[in-house]
Write a protein that binds this ligand. Sequence first.
Ligand code: ATP
Ligand code: MG
Length: 132
Amino acid sequence: MIKPDAVAGGHSGAILKQIEEAGFEIVALKLTHLSDAQASQFYAIHAERPFFKTLVEFMSSGKIIAAVLKKTNAVADFRTLIGNTNPEKADAGTVRKLYAKSIEFNAIHGSDSDENAMIEAGFFFSNFERFN
Ligand code: ATP
Ligand code: MG
């Protein structure tokens, strides 16, 4: 997911280009605006964290782009491409190093496991298996 800061900043095209050039196939793609309830559901795993409220506010503050991506070793390779959660710690050339402003407003989300990738794909695309 390209987060509201990066979409509002006009970086969607550059980020999608970087994703494709890294060898990911875009299987499904959608521009949308999450409600407070949808953002809460998406990040429900962080409900007890001190930053949850501001995270939900941020994620519902503007348009996002959701994508389902396909590649061998996709989860690990995508997390390498996007870089550390904190852009100050992210490697040069990563999406977060290039476009994130802070650990909170950090431009992009990547699934953390194959299992969660399937859940998150289903969150945005009810029939995404058929796009494949
Ligand atoms: P994401 O799940 O968005 O890909 P991540 O897996 O790198 O990010 P998580 O630990 O899952 O990091 O945190 C989810 C999101 O919550 C982060 O991307 C960031 O937007 C926000 N976040 C994480 N840690 C902090 C923090 N210490 N302060 C503020 N916001 C935070
Ligand atoms: Mg995460």
